[in-house]
Design a protein around this ligand. Structure first.
Ligand code: SF4
Ligand code: FES
Length: 304
């Protein structure tokens, strides 16, 4: 975990110097720029950067959205460590003895400008592992009257991997990604394990074969820096080890998914209260209509 939740209760130094790494793509110039910011208790690094942008230097470029550690868009290197700027209290990274905070763009993602990085390659790799449930029976998507049953233990096995917000901090911390662009990286492989282990997914063979290359888990050097920086306490390093073990057994003909979840009919109760007028479906967009006209999802193409 790369943040201290108790830091919000501490008072940061009154004035903090922010050293921000700047980059101008039009000239190719890189430089460090310093800004002094008056702080308050509870102020995050993102708050300080937005204060700089609003009151001191509006040319500084960064990305953010939710300001609450959910969207994953404000990742940057703060005092040498990949962190979410909105989740990092200034009191956590600046002290009275050293009231200085350095801020740089994430590593292993190309820099667009200043603190803004390009996630295109990261999401290409994410997409490559097919990050969605693949089933041959697709009724669940077309009708709402049954579900694929899983036990609390089966859910617990994959739960931490469902918390990933695709912030790219693990990818930025990975020394293998730094040395080769082919490696899928910790985020994509953790997602892959999440679906291999999910009893509702049927494409485990295709998934294991997909990563049985130098892009896959055997290229990991097990530095585990990915798990050390994850703000959501996901453990991608453990997922990669589990994938290695499954892949090795699969190569030896010893791996088989323990269970594929079967469908369980659930009773759909009619809504006891009528919807208020503002919540009525838009004419022509009746959500129940899909029961009468099943959507044709090309499942074989998704698996291929
Ligand atoms: S595994 Fe953690 S660090 Fe990596 S992208 Fe997901 S949330 Fe971010
Ligand atoms: S702004 Fe959304 S995670 Fe930081």
């Amino acid at each position: 975990m790369s943040f201290d939740p108790k830091a919000a209760t501490r008072t940061p130094p009154k004035v903090v110097t922010f050293k921000v790494k700047r980059y101008d793509p039009t000239t190719g110039k890189e430089w460090w720029q310093e800004y002094k910011v008056e702080t308050y208790r509870g102020m995050t690094v993102l708050d300080a950067l937005l204060k700089i942008k609003e009151e001191i230097d509006h040319t500084i470029v960064l990305r953010y959205s939710c300001r609450m550690g959910v969207c994953g868009s404000c990742g940057m290197i703060i005092n040498g460590m990949p962190r979410l700027a909105c989740q990092t209290q200034i009191a956590e990274v600046a002290t009275e003895a050293n009231p200085v905070v350095t801020v740089e763009p994430l590593k292993n993602h190309p820099v667009v400008r200043d603190l803004l990085t390009d996630f295109t390659r990261f999401f290409e790799k994410h997409k490559k592992v097919k990050p969605y449930t693949i089933r041959k029976d697709i009724e669940e998507r077309e009708k709402g009257d049954f579900e694929y049953e899983m036990t609390p233990e089966e859910h617990y096995n994959i739960y931490e991997y469902t918390l990933c917000i695709s912030c790219g901090l693990c990818y930025s911390a990975c020394p293998v990604v730094a040395s080769t662009d082919r490696f899928l990286g910790p985020q994509a492989l953790a997602y892959m394990w999440r679906y291999v282990a999910d009893p509702r997914d049927e494409a485990w063979k295709e998934r294991l074969e997909l990563i049985d290359t130098d892009e896959g888990p055997f290229s990991c050097h097990y530095a585990a820096s990915c798990s050390a920086v994850c703000p959501k306490m996901v453990d991608p390093a453990a997922a990669i080890q589990r994938l290695r073990s499954a892949l090795l057994k699969y190569r030896l003909g010893m791996y088989k998914k323990e269970k594929i979840a079967q469908k369980k009919v659930v009773e759909v109760k009619p809504n006891p209260k009528p919807l208020p007028p503002e919540a009525q479906p838009v004419p022509g967009a009746d959500p129940w209509k899909k029961n009468e006209e099943p959507v044709n999802i090309p499942i074989d193409e998704l698996i291929a």
